[in-house]
Ligand binder design. Structure first.
Ligand SMILES: CCCCCCCCCCCCCCCC(=O)SCCNC(=O)CCNC(=O)[C@H](O)C(C)(C)COP(=O)(O)OP(=O)(O)OC[C@H]1O[C@@H](n2cnc3c(N)ncnc32)[C@H](O)[C@@H]1OP(=O)(O)O
Length: 194
């Protein structure tokens, strides 16, 4: 079904405030480091997604997902679940880096508009659309092979701001240290008051 024929639900679904870019957010042109080396989305993981992201203008973060044979569902085509994963990463990175608030995905929805063949690169442009207390709404378009290529996948996500104890309580005991391996992710620069 073409994008135009899909029912459009209001987005964000609740009244929101405009997102405020954190004063210490990386500026336009900054290549974002992997937030965690073992992250399936951006980390140095065998057969991971190896997504690289760059901050763009006007609150947009550009991510690139090179689709390989390791990411197939149907022969020669990207697996939809891994495409959703790529958007989770791109949206989460946009929220985390621009707002510098620790947040986790509460809800993620995807529209698959065109097949994504192995060998293509998905160019994902993501932005934060609005904030309502701890709820952060973000969306993204994924273009085939170039930033202005045809849109193959669209996604919308609700991210919920959490305290840092979310990661230490539910994750690895050394979670915080692992998160902050990259100097740019010093946690004393985050907005950690949900
Ligand atoms: C930091 C700076 C670093 C800088 C740079 C870092 C870069 C960083 C890059 C990261 C890139 C990785 C990107 C991958 C990101 C994951 O993959 S995160 C992993 C997947 N997600 C999870 O594991 C989350 C699991 N769920 C939970 O832990 C809990 O359900 C949650 C989400 C924390 C919420 O629980 P809670 O804190 O008790 O909050 P709760 O009251 O239930 O909900 C809060 C509000 O959200 C609403 N809500 C919650 N869930 C939903 C839902 N599904 N639908 C609708 N509304 C919902 C509630 O209705 C409530 O609304 P209000 O009543 O306030 O109006």
């Amino acid at each position: 079904m073409s994008d135009e024929r899909r029912p459009a639900n209001p987005w964000p679904p609740v009244e929101t405030q405009r997102p405020e870019i954190h004063p210490k957010a990386p500026g336009p042109g900054t290549d974002l480091e992997m937030h965690y080396t073992e992250c399936f989305g951006c980390g140095d993981v065998d057969n991971g997604l190896h997504i690289h992201s760059t901050v763009g203008e006007s609150g947009v973060v550009h991510s690139r997902f090179p689709v390989t044979r390791a990411h197939q569902g149907a022969p020669g085509l990207a697996h939809g679940g891994l495409l959703a994963c790529a958007f989770d990463e791109a949206l989460g990175s946009t929220v985390g880096n621009l707002l510098r608030r620790p947040a986790v995905t509460g809800k993620l929805e995807t529209d698959f508009l065109r097949p994504v063949p192995v060998g293509t690169t998905l160019f994902i442009a993501a932005r934060v659309d609005g904030v309502a207390g701890r709820k952060i709404y973000a969306s993204a378009d994924g273009h085939l092979n170039s930033a202005d290529g045809p849109v193959a996948v669209r996604a919308r996500g609700l991210f919920i701001q959490v305290g840092l104890e979310h990661f230490t309580t539910h994750g690895d005991a050394d979670a915080l240290a692992k998160f902050t391996q990259a100097p740019r992710l010093r946690h004393d620069d985050w907005d950690i008051n949900p």
